[in-house]
Write a protein that binds this ligand. Structure first.
Ligand code: GTP
Ligand code: SPV
Ligand code: MN
Length: 620
């Protein structure tokens, strides 16, 4: 429902609102007063609404409709070239006390941030429509549904949030029915007001960007960017940064993890939660098409997991999201056929890919050979030989952080439990990173404390998922470095003490994987993707107490013959290279871990220092 606003009078807003939720109406009135939109639209989440909004976005030049036969009901968006990824240097945790944001977050005092952003928001929605998006992270029939409301002046954000979250009229009704339920207010503006008669640009945004979180207040203010994690505020901002602060207070975990259900040829099922940094393989593992006969894999989540205790003392995982916002490059019929099938079903929004001459999309890795001609992600004519007009020959046609976005129920291997309000009990936790060397294909922690140490010292090369340099090794604790809502040392303590939060706690075994180790010529030592099922098989055999391993100072490492090579064109020596534990590499790693722990400072739990000493002693 859209209503035009008289800027001098807020009353029509509340009179026409499809809710009586008092706190929500008060907040919206304040935002309208401040940002001065021309109209307000209450998102109901209907198919008709999606058609209206996508039509408008096509008209505005933000979206291009793709060929309806190849990609039904699907659209393509090209962003401003300066708005292509999360902006970690513009992301702030505005805790009351600076010390609570910790050494890994940018901080500003809440009052100071609010005064700066209030001035930015003043009149920032002029000439635009304010979209009200009531949403729920996780199932609506949970004991405690996790509500949020995003107010945004971007229709692209509105249609994307409708895919990524449970959102619309049903959520609003549930909020009202629960006696004006509490919700996380999420304010977003692209920061590009329009003067009367001013022509809009296809991708409005602002060079000034702030992605701000108020963890005590449980509120989010975002300004200046229309891109993914910066603007779809239910995702990283709510479900990780704010939720991690809630989880600490309530005794659970909000993690950057995929959730995967695996069934062995004997019919035994196991559920795995795995934390890898951005663009390090979560979506691909979540949708794995196992190459080992008899194994099946089903997806529950591909990016975020909320882990809470069940009555039995096990950790149960819920995927708070309702859609996928996945890295496109590298996704093809060979690597991720399940994603390709999901995309073929349509209803997708693609961002920063290349366009074919037939109104379809293409990206590096989709097919071995690119089409003879494309329009690249910046709208330039592109050929495989010359690259883009005005650019250089090697330049990719799709941006390395280009993304597909589609509803979760289009995943052909979706597990029935994906929508379960109780979640699914977790049998193993995996950590993983992108390392050329040092870290073996797979290893197993000795116990929970050692597992927390592996997570706390996780390292990975930076990727295009965030702005800044790519390929630089950094510590990315539990793959949460950019997503922690509080002090990293307190977060480690929370993980270590998790077992004390339930009388019969049964914490799962922890493993550490690295699909990205390379040989001297820079080639991957391990084929990855569907072949990762062989590593999962070893993990399952460890859970069942059946697989061989060597005990080393970094934990249990498989013997080369413990990894199933049947049907794989790889020698045992090659597998030995991939799984090798090399003490000299780890000796070089110890001072890097020491340096990282020094950064964490005096809130580093002593148990982690003990684990580091144990590693150093073991290495001799
Ligand atoms: P975010 O959505 O940013 O959190 O990323 P993600 O962790 O879901 O990563 P994703 O699965 O999208 O993979 C990122 C990139 O790594 C893609 O280009 C993949 O093709 C590539 N990749 C994923 N799994 C493997 C693997 O097993 N081996 C190799 N070599 N590459 C992989
Ligand atoms: C990530 O960067 O980890 C993502 C993409 O999953 S974004 O939604 O932009 O955060
Ligand atoms: Mn992610």
């Amino acid at each position: 429902m859209t209503a035009t606003l008289d800027p001098a009078r807020i009353a029509p807003l509340t009179e026409q609102a499809p809710t009586t939720h008092a706190a929500l109406l008060t907040w919206i009135a304040e935002v309208v007063e401040l940002t001065r939109p021309d109209a307000i639209h209450w998102c109901d989440g209907s198919a008709r609404e999606r058609a209206e909004l996508t039509d408008q976005l096509v008209e505005a030049g933000t979206l291009t409709r793709l060929d309806p036969v190849a990609k039904p009901n699907s659209f393509y968006a090209r962003t401003d070239p300066d708005d292509v990824a999360r902006v970690e240097d513009r992301t702030f945790i505005c805790s009351v006390d600076e010390a609570d944001a910790g050494p890994t977050n940018h901080w500003m005092a809440p009052a100071e941030m609010k005064s700066i952003m209030t001035e930015l928001y003043r009149g920032s929605m002029r000439g635009r429509t304010l979209y009200v998006i009531p949403f729920c992270m996780g199932p609506l029939d949970a004991d405690q549904p996790m509500f949020g409301v995003e107010l945004t002046d971007s229709a692209y954000v509105a249609v994307s949030m409708m895919i990524m979250t449970r959102a619309g009229a049903e959520v609003l009704a549930a909020m009202t029915a629960r006696g004006d339920a509490e919700f996380v207010p999420c304010l977003h503006s692209v920061g590009a007001p329009l003067e009367p008669g001013q022509q809009d640009v296809p991708w409005p945004c602002n060079t000034t960007k702030y992605i701000s979180h108020f963890p005590e207040e449980r509120a989010i203010w975002s300004y200046g960017s229309g891109y993914g994690g910066n603007s779809l505020l239910g995702k990283k901002c709510y479900s990780l940064r704010i939720a991690s602060a809630i989880a600490r207070d309530e005794g659970w975990l909000a993690e950057h993890m995929l959730i995967l259900k695996l069934t062995s040829p004997e019919g035994r099922s196991y559920t795995i939660a795995a934390a890898f940094p951005s663009a390090c393989g979560k979506t691909n593992l979540a949708m794995i098409n196992p190459t080992l006969p008899g194994w099946t894999a089903e997806m529950i989540g591909d990016d975020i997991a909320w882990l809470r205790y069940g009555d039995d003392g096990r950790l149960y995982a819920v995927n708070p999201e309702f859609g996928l916002f996945g890295v496109a490059p590298g996704t093809g019929w060979q690597t991720n056929p399940n994603a390709m099938r999901a995309i073929e079903r349509g209803n997708a929004i693609f961002t920063n890919l290349a366009l074919t001459d037939h109104g379809d999309v293409w990206w590096e890795g989709m097919t071995e050979q690119p089409p003879a001609h494309l329009t690249d992600w910046r709208g330039r004519s592109w050929t495989p030989e010359r690259g883009p007009d005005g650019g250089s020959p090697g330049e990719p046609a799709a941006h390395p952080n280009s993304r597909f976005c589609f509803p979760i129920d289009q995943v052909p291997v979706l597990a029935d439990e994906y929508d379960s309000p109780q979640g699914v009990p977790i049998d193993a936790i995996l950590f993983g990173g992108r390392r050329k060397d040092t870290v073996p294909l797979v290893s197993q922690a000795r116990d929970w404390q050692h597992g927390v140490f592996l997570g706390a010292t996780l390292s990975s090369e930076t990727t295009a998922a965030a702005t800044g340099a790519v390929g630089v090794v950094r510590r990315d604790p539990m793959a949460m470095l950019p997503f922690l809502g509080y002090h990293v040392g307190d977060y480690f303590a929370h993980w270590l003490e998790l077992g004390d939060r339930h009388p019969t706690a049964q914490l799962p075994p922890v493993f550490y994987v690295n699909w990205f180790r390379r040989d001297a010529d820079g080639r991957f030592l391990w084929p990855g993707f569907g072949e990762n099922a062989r590593v999962l098989k070893w993990i399952v055999e460890r859970l069942e107490g059946r697989a061989d391993a060597d005990e080393t100072p970094i934990g249990f490492v498989p013997t080369a013959d413990a990894i199933d090579r049947s049907g794989l064109d790889l020698t045992e020596d090659a597998v030995a290279e991939a799984v090798a534990y090399r003490p000299e590499e780890w000796r070089a790693e110890v001072p890097r871990i020491e340096e990282w722990f020094a950064t964490v400072g005096d809130r580093l739990p002593a148990a982690l220092r003990t684990e580091l000493e144990r590693l150093a002693d073991g290495l001799g």
